[in-house]
Design a binder for this molecule. Structure first.
Ligand code: T3D
Length: 265
């Protein structure tokens, strides 16, 4: 970790120019978000977005939880409030930067992910969770709707029937179930979790980053493109990939029967 990030109070952050790691760090509150955490996350996500050669980003949580969403201790029970402003200046501001990061983002869900915590995870490119972890759309239990784009993501990931049910009932979804439903990529036995995450991050950091960035963007785009438009988009993006170092290296390595040395561009 660079010295300049030592003062963070709600996160741990390291960025070696190739891999960036963000650890939500309020374990006594299951890493629930307060205003400082929103602000500190904004700073580190900006740093990542502005690190040109970053190859992979890892987001995880400290302690037994991943993130319990908004710190309800920062909201006054028995009062109404304008949550639109809160969302815009907190979660939405951060999710917009998260989305702008071009490197693959792995979310390692180390424990319970509730409310905004669950949906922040689902906004990442690859979600790996401990088998003991659970995802809870806790919002409706306090009279809210899923935010952090949960109402956009969930129907696409698990289908409308399951999305509506888990959002309305607030039923916890265990990691294995989440994997079976396609909500996350993989549920991993707790004892193999750290190793699996480390291997995945190291692998991604050596793969052709520019192509991975195109993959995530064009797959997101697929939801708003029609068939013909999407074929055109693939053609245009593949044209760019074909002109890249990593394509020429990938083919050369295959023909020479050796491992490719991708540079990420
Ligand atoms: O307001 C806005 O800005 C709008 C946006 C909202 C976005 C949202 O995220 S709304 C949803 C907010 N989150 C929740 O409603 C979840 C609340 N938490 C829980 O339901 C449970 O804590 C969990 C299911 C996540 C975990 O349960 P369990 O039994 O494993 O742990 P616990 O004992 O409930 O929690 C441990 C501690 O963390 C406890 O503190 P204590 O008693 O040991 O001092 C608990 O109060 C604290 N904690 C857990 N979640 C929150 C929290 N403190 C503040 N805010 C939390 N969200």
């Amino acid at each position: 970790m660079t010295d300049s990030w030592d003062g963070l109070q709600t996160l741990k952050y390291s960025n070696n120019g190739e891999v960036a790691q963000v650890v939500l760090n309020r374990p006594d509150k299951l890493n629930a978000f307060n205003d400082l955490m929103h602000d500190e996350l904004f700073l580190v996500l900006n740093d990542i977005a502005n690190t040109a050669d970053i190859r992979c980003v890892l987001i995880t949580g400290e302690g037994r939880g991943f993130c319990a969403g908004q710190d309800l201790g920062t909201r006054s029970g028995g009062e109404t409030m304008d949550l639109g402003d809160k969302l815009e200046n907190g979660y939405n501001k951060n999710l917009r930067i998260l989305k702008s990061i071009q490197a693959p983002i792995v979310c390692a869900v180390n424990g319970v992910a509730a409310g905004a915590g669950a949906n922040i995870a689902l906004n990442c490119d690859i979600v790996v969770a401990k088998e003991s972890a659970k995802f809870i759309q806790a919002f409706s239990s306090i009279g809210l709707i899923p935010d952090c784009n949960g109402t956009w993501l969930l129907p696409k990931l698990v289908g409308l029937a399951r999305a509506k049910a888990i959002a309305m009932l607030g039923t916890p979804v265990m990691a294995k179930q989440a994997e079976e439903w396609g909500m996350i990529h993989q549920a991993v036995a707790d004892e193999q979790f750290d190793e699996t995450v480390k291997d995945m991050v190291n692998t991604l950091a050596k793969r052709p980053t520019r192509a991975l960035s195109f993959i995530k963007n064009i797959m997101d785009e697929s939801f708003r493109n029609d068939y013909g438009v999407h074929l055109d988009r693939e053609r245009d993006v593949q044209r760019v990939c074909g002109l890249s170092h990593d394509f020429s290296e990938g083919v050369a390595a295959f023909l020479e029967k050796r491992q490719p040395e991708f540079k990420g561009h």
